[in-house]
Write a protein that binds this ligand. Structure first.
Ligand SMILES: NC(=O)c1ccc[n+]([C@@H]2O[C@H](COP(=O)([O-])OP(=O)(O)OC[C@H]3O[C@@H](n4cnc5c(N)ncnc54)[C@H](O)[C@@H]3O)[C@@H](O)[C@H]2O)c1
Length: 437
């Protein structure tokens, strides 16, 4: 076993959590943290607050919370800020989102009212269904970057923060394919921002660039390509900062990444996996637009490929049909319902079916993921990590990986968990001793 030197900088001072988007996920996350620190709610579902992992082995083995192994920021040190296209403060937005009951919001009404979203860096072409007017007036993408950098500097100074983390919990933008003439190097990306190349530079890229330029880790909670391009990897390395993404892994994909290993471990075959959802929140409204849904579809479809691998088991996985749908259905609000129909086959090819009906709550599942990604990104920054943080794949539907080097993503939930545990052990000065089978 053995604990070696722990070189992670301590979590001193206040940490500013600046969230892009002041919608259902953001307000549920912020309300939960504010309630938890008053002792009025529990941060259930959060790995950093609940999980215990082994450090050491044999007679030295001990099971500890993450915060007992590494210096995590305390919930009491968090200060929240947001940007949004709509001007509603976080209290009004939490009420509008209809995720939480009044009794779970009112005790922190004052704190939430004080969170007034800064004007958004927004381009309607990237989310056509939104029509708010709390938007920055910027002539170019580079102007957006400058204005966002100014917001971050001002927020940090006004709140006396020692560190900032920027989290994207805003709407899914339309699909921006990776363009290797623009997204390949930092120099090309910066030039495109100055040239106001609005096709290749999504507003989310301006947030990410601004965050990194101001020394803040950036997390992409939607499936947007934003930081999943070589130019941003270069920026993260240059700034010596971690980046994480893409797309919070919450309901259906969590189930998928946990259930697919049952099929592969048991050497059963797969003919098809059909996943459909109904949801009625604003996220569902934006995703009802085909160009926005396409971004989500690419993310959701990627999960199975690296778990049920045709090249490793051609008899079992060479020809399965994977389809994902999201249907906007307003009466359901945030209470999403997901169905999975899984057509498997067994001995001598005989077919069987599995049906999973998950009646989940989207933002209730996303909020602890936000907390964990924020605390772990801050930790990784203090540990001197930079670039893509594969150990956070556990929390993400479409985990980033260096596709230019043919690196495969890890989608298998239990392999992701091993990566997470080993990273915590390592940052805590213990042996990262669990093999990734
Ligand atoms: N809830 C989940 O389980 C889950 C899982 C994975 C990913 N996500 C993603 O998280 C994001 C947030 O989901 P939500 O349910 O809170 O959505 P929401 O519609 O309630 O909130 C998103 C907010 O972002 C704002 N916004 C859009 N573009 C912006 C910009 N450029 N700058 C600032 N604000 C902007 C919108 O005005 C809106 O208020 C979505 O992209 C969603 O796909 C959610």
């Amino acid at each position: 076993m053995t604990k070696t030197t722990n070189s992670v900088r301590p979590a001193e001072g206040r940490i500013g959590v600046m969230i892009v988007g002041n919608g259902a996920v953001a307000t549920t996350f912020m309300t939960g943290v504010l309630m938890a620190r008053k002792g009025l709610a529990k941060p259930i579902g959060s790995m950093t607050q609940y999980d215990k992992i082994r450090v050491g082995s044999g007679t030295d083995a001990r099971y500890l919370h993450y915060g007992e192994i590494v210096p995590l920021a305390s919930l009491n040190d968090i200060v929240f800020g947001t940007w949004d296209v709509y001007p509603a403060n976080a209290f009004e937005a939490a009420v509008n989102a209809e995720v939480l009951r009044a009794k779970d919001i009112l005790p922190v009404e004052e704190e939430l009212r004080a969170i007034v979203p800064m004007p958004a860096a927004f381009d309607k072409r990237f989310a056509n269904r939104l029509d708010g007017d709390n938007v920055k007036n910027c002539a170019t993408r580079w102007d957006m970057v400058e204005a966002l950098r100014e917001d971050i500097r001002r927020f940090k100074a006004a709140n006396g923060c020692s560190r900032i983390v920027v989290l994207w919990a805003a709407s899914t933008e339309i699909y921006v394919p990776v363009n290797m003439k623009v997204h390949d190097t930092l120099a090309h990306l910066e030039q495109a921002m100055r040239d106001n190349d609005t096709d290749n530079i999504a507003p989310s890229m301006c947030y990410a660039y601004a965050a990194l330029a101001e020394g803040a880790p950036f997390i992409m909670g939607a499936p947007n390509t934003t930081v999943d391009i070589p130019a941003m990897w270069e920026m993260a390395e240059r700034q010596q900062l971690p980046i994480a993404g893409k797309d919070f892994k919450t309901g259906q994909t969590l189930v998928k990444s946990g259930f697919a290993p049952i099929i592969s471990t048991r050497c059963l075959g797969l003919n098809g996996w059909f996943s459909t959802n109904i949801l009625g929140n604003r996220d569902g409204l934006v995703l009802d637009e085909p160009a926005n849904f396409h971004t989500k579809e690419v993310s959701k479809l990627s999960t199975l490929e690296s778990i049920l691998c045709a090249d490793k088991q051609p008899d079992l996985y060479s020809d399965y049909y994977h389809k994902v749908r999201i249907n906007y259905y307003p009466p359901r609000g945030d209470a999403k319902e997901a169905w999975d129909n899984i057509d498997i086959f067994g001995w001598m090819g005989y077919p069987m079916q599995v049906k999973i009906n998950f009646l989940c709550r989207d933002s209730i599942l996303a909020a602890p993921v936000c907390l964990d990604l924020v605390l772990l990104s801050d930790l990784a920054a203090r540990a001197g990590h930079s670039g893509i943080q594969r150990f956070m794949s556990f929390f993400l539907k479409s985990p980033m990986h260096d596709y230019t080097q043919d690196e495969t993503p890890i989608n298998h939930l239990y392999q992701q968990y091993t990566l997470l545990k080993n990273a915590i052990r390592e940052m805590g000065g213990y042996d990262a001793d669990e093999p990734l089978d």
